[in-house]
Design a protein around this ligand. Sequence first.
Ligand SMILES: Cc1cc2nc3c(=O)[nH]c(=O)nc-3n(C[C@H](O)[C@H](O)[C@H](O)COP(=O)(O)OP(=O)(O)OC[C@H]3O[C@@H](n4cnc5c(N)ncnc54)[C@H](O)[C@@H]3O)c2cc1C
Length: 472
Amino acid sequence: MKIKKNTGEEVFIETSSIDEFKANFGGQLFTESDTNYNEVRQLWNGMHDKKPALIAQCSGAADVIASVNFARENNVLTSIRGGGHNVAGSASNDGGLMIDLSLMKGIRVDMDKKTVHAQGGATLGDLDRETQVFGMVAPAGVVSTTGIAGLTLGGGLGWLRKKYGLSIDNLVSVDIVTADGKLLTASEKQNTELFWAVRGGGGNFGVVTSFEYKIYPVGPVVSLCAPFYPAEEADKILPVWKDFMESSPDEVSSNAMFWTIPSVPDFPEELHGRRIFNIVAVHCGPVEEGEKYLEPLRKISTPLIDLSMPIPWLMLQKMFDPFFPKTEQLYYFKSTYLNDIDEKSIEQIMPKAVNPPQPMILIAIWHNNGAMSRIEDDDTAFTGRQSKFLFSVDAIWNGHENTQEVVTYANDFLRELREFSPGGLYVNFAGLGEEGEDLVKSAYGKNYDRLVKIKRKYDPQNLFRMNQNIKP
Ligand SMILES: Cc1cc2nc3c(=O)[nH]c(=O)nc-3n(C[C@H](O)[C@H](O)[C@H](O)COP(=O)(O)OP(=O)(O)OC[C@H]3O[C@@H](n4cnc5c(N)ncnc54)[C@H](O)[C@@H]3O)c2cc1C
């Protein structure tokens, strides 16, 4: 069988090596000749059509170890798939091995310890579903189909970031198969440097088979504030939102977004295609308190429509899912941190945010503060905690012929905002990672050198390179 090596060359691997791998494998191995191959290889972003020579769909940690050993011994180009959501498409590759964790979705809540163990192929929806059985939540992101693995290893921003911090701030331990094929536990007590690195350092250090998170009582119902204002009024509304958020308690996390109302029955027909400015704020405390507290955000101007309501946590977490369908659309998310939202930055943001080249381009401004900012940048590999805002161009469009225009728009937009940024970006919103090492250095800032040292220890041959790669 032909397979691509880490060096880029294609080589033949003896059938006996594949047979040996297969004999030791509990899950399923797929090659192009298998009927389900095309289904199994699909990533969420329709931009990518990668064809790995071999897909190792693992059933547990033993399969992951077998896959890592096979990859290392044969020096095979290797990628890791958790939820398959990353816009860069780094979960897959052309011609190499994809270690696929999508069957590994086991989750167990421990109410004595107030933690949850979740396997590396679980999605946010899987995690919420199991923890909500106990009225609990592990802080993660805002779209339920996203994989917990990639999201957590890059940081993990969601509706509880001000109250409980990022996903990594709630990690108790990980089980991880490193490049030498060993299954290690990393925590504050064991393999502590590795534990520091996986909290933000992405998939650079091994395959995480299981995550253990702290959980908190949240829901079953929380308060959602979601007024949709005309996009052209955003310059008046943004300063009010900013002041409100800066004085709000940790219970409130919020994003401000430019978006276009899609032509779907959930929205009144007369608003279909209307560019809007949407405040989404979530209060995770008692509902009556939340409703009352968030009310001023609904009255900054006259909303075109207001979807504010008390909402079950599980429904909130799925609210955006329909607008991010798998494979049907093309996606490019790219970000930068902003020092402030002031008159000058708003003036710079408005024209491009109000008039994007493709209607479904979403511009998101994440207000970051509270618990996530009370942790120092060098306490975990993740940096950017002290920046009050994360600005992200979440481009969604149809038709490969429009890709160049959209990518250019996103990058021009971020370049124009450079003077308002302390530098850095969120690795989970890194576009296609086109800037390579420069992007990674910018994302990790002063933590970069420490990450390189840890990479040298755990993956000296850079087996895990299909990611925002920290070179050993
Ligand atoms: C619609 C949408 C909504 C999003 N919302 C949020 C949000 O609310 N908050 C937020 O913080 N981010 C969000 N993201 C970004 C998201 O965190 C990243 O795309 C993340 O990489 C997705 O994880 P995944 O497991 O699905 O990715 P995959 O594509 O499967 O993997 C991405 C990379 O992660 C690494 N990886 C995956 N699994 C493992 C593993 N088990 N062990 C080691 N490495 C692994 C690999 O390097 C892989 O290349 C969103 C993305 C999308 C597309």
